[in-house]
Design a protein around this ligand. Structure first.
Ligand code: MLC
Ligand code: AMP
Length: 505
């Protein structure tokens, strides 16, 4: 039996000395170098007693070694579980425990904070630092540089990505080999990626966009990746001339446009700019074209579904829309209350079905059943509309979610912490427009009778258990929250009230 994901993304490059990753300082990691590391890591996981299907949780900086851990998991049939490096120990603890991970890889600087957590969850803690050193890599260095991939089917799990929920509890989205493979195959075709491409990669590799879209597409074609540790405007501008394509969240594009060095000449070699993970303002789209002559290609995806739709590579890339379903993917717009399909042009729930759609949430059959219908359609929680030419537009969300700089933040998770603070009667966390991050977090508190809230202390308290990007940028108080006749808090009203809070005049 084969391991198709491994063979197709990685194994096909066996023995090739072609460049895979080019680091900021010019260092090249060839496909062959990369696969040798991968095999050594796969051996190491086996030595640690891991069996196919076991979860490997990693909270490590973006590096070639970190990427090789992903590849090693695929090769050894393990489930890769990457975690945002901004997560606090409290947050990591939940993921390790919930997933039952057998290993937790982290930076040595975090080892003290995470050692006990790993132990209490029955996971072994090993370190891997931003420069690739660490206890895991040191142990793996003596291992053989080849490893026979463990047999896997398309239905076997390849990764867990945690996505927060409206109840405040994160859910582990189970992604199969088939989900990942079908999606990058579709994208390579749609976006015409070839081995001649050089992708400018400044996204994190703990999310779908940077890992399964950007990296898998490059692995499938054998193209080169300019692998930046993170988004840095200067590096991006410097390396742009060597690239042919870039993928980013809208913040990448607004930041580039705010820099006068970003000119038509600076993008002469580029053939494609892709945007996704958050709404791209039509205004950004237009400004980008005026400045560079390129039309950004906007696509739409989710952790649970990988990529769903894309504007056409050849054909009109329509601002404010996310294009058409990818080959093999079906979408429909349905009535939220009845589930019935709506007519063209009507606004309703976006549902999606196809080989890209995940298997369900780890150990949450009820949650899975709520969102993944028996007929295979997944209810995205996004509201959309399909126009007469077939273009999908996302017009809103049927889920209480804030997307800040491409990171998802679920208000409920913050409200639960705020409501717990002394003197707080209730809270509402909302997203308001932000010039850099698209949206940002604002918390509104109602104090208990005759209580003065110490907002600074509250911010500090909740901050210690939440990743920085989730911290409210402002905390305000109101005598009461607006409610409808059913008693439901009217967040729409609050969002309207505070929509100009961060707008630059
Ligand atoms: C960083 N900070 C953020 C933030 N990122 N705050 C709010 N929202 C964010 N997204 C905060 C840090 O905590 C820090 O706070 C300060 O900003 C500077 O940190 P930084 O690391 O220097 O930030 P910066 O490099 O400017 O990062 C911004 C960014 C980054 C937009 C480049 O967030 C990013 O790479 N986002 C991409 C997210 C992504 O890949 N999403 C894909 C999800 S997949 P302080 O207080 O310490 O100064 C998905 C499916 C799909 O959604 O369709 O793709
Ligand atoms: P995540 O759960 O992190 O995978 O985020 C998925 C969510 O990001 C989707 O449900 C959408 O709400 C949003 N999203 C992704 N791509 C786009 C896009 N191009 N435009 C608007 N929203 C998007």
């Amino acid at each position: 039996m084969a391991n198709t994901l491994y063979d197709t993304l990685f194994g096909q490059h066996q023995g090739k000395t072609t460049p895979f990753l080019q680091m900021e300082n010019g260092t090249i990691i060839t496909h062959c170098d990369f696969l040798e590391l991968t095999s050594q890591y796969a051996h190491q996981f086996c030595k640690m007693g891991l069996q196919p299907g076991d979860r490997v949780a990693v909270q490590i900086a973006k590096s070639p070694q970190a990427l090789a851990v992903y590849a090693a998991c695929v090769q050894a049939g393990l489930v890769f579980l990457p975690l945002n490096t901004a997560y606090t120990a409290d947050e990591v603890s939940y993921f390790v425990e919930n997933s039952g991970a057998r290993v937790l890889l982290c930076d040595a600087k975090r080892a003290d904070a995470l050692e006990l957590i790993a132990k209490s969850c029955g996971a072994v803690l090993e370190t891997m630092n931003a420069d690739g050193t660490g206890s895991f890599t040191a142990k793996a260095a003596e291992n053989p540089i080849d490893f026979t991939p463990v047999s896997r089917t398309a239905d076997d799990l390849a990764a867990f990505l945690y996505t927060s929920g409206t109840t405040g509890r994160s859910k582990g989205a189970m992604l199969t080999q088939g989900n990942l493979l079908s999606n990058c195959q579709a994208l390579v075709k749609e976006w015409e990626f070839t081995a001649d491409d050089t992708l400018l990669h400044a996204l994190p590799i703990f999310h779908t966009h940077g890992l399964f879209v950007a990296t898998n597409v490059s692995l499938l074609t054998g193209g080169k990746v300019l692998f930046l540790p993170k988004f840095d405007l200067d590096s991006l501008l410097e390396l742009m001339s060597q690239a042919t394509a870039m993928m980013g969240v809208p913040t990448f594009y607004t930041r580039l446009l705010n820099d006068p060095r970003f000119t038509r000449e600076a993008v002469e070699h580029m053939r494609l700019f892709v945007s996704g993970s958050a709404p791209l303002l039509a205004e950004t789209h237009v400004k980008f074209q005026e400045r560079t002559g390129h039309r950004i290609l906007e696509r739409y995806g989710m952790t649970e579904t990988n990529m769903i739709t894309s504007n056409p590579y050849n054909g009109e890339r329509r601002a404010g829309t996310v294009g058409f379903p990818l080959p093999g993917v079906e979408i429909k717009i349905t009535d939220s209350s009845t589930g019935e399909e709506l007519a063209l042009g009507e606004i309703g729930d976006i549902e999606v079905r196809g080989p890209n759609v995940f298997k369900g949430y780890w150990q949450m059959p009820e949650k899975t059943a709520e969102e993944l219908r028996e007929n295979g359609f997944f209810i995205t929680g996004d509201l959309g509309q399909i126009d007469e030419d077939g273009y999908l537009s996302i017009v809103g969300r049927n889920k209480d979610l804030i997307i800040s700089g491409g990171y998802n933040i679920y208000p409920k998770e913050i409200e639960v912490l705020l409501d717990d603070k002394e003197g707080v009667l209730e809270s509402a966390v909302i997203g308001v427009p932000h010039p850099d991050f698209g949206e940002t977090v604002v918390a509104i508190l109602v104090a208990e009778k005759n209580t003065d809230l110490d907002l600074e202390t509250i911010a500090d308290d909740i901050g210690s258990s939440l990743a920085k990007f989730k911290h409210p940028q402002r905390i305000l108080t109101l005598p009461e929250l607006p409610r409808n006749t059913m008693g439901k808090v009217q967040k729409k009203e609050l969002r309207e009230q505070y929509k100009d809070m961060f707008v630059i005049a």
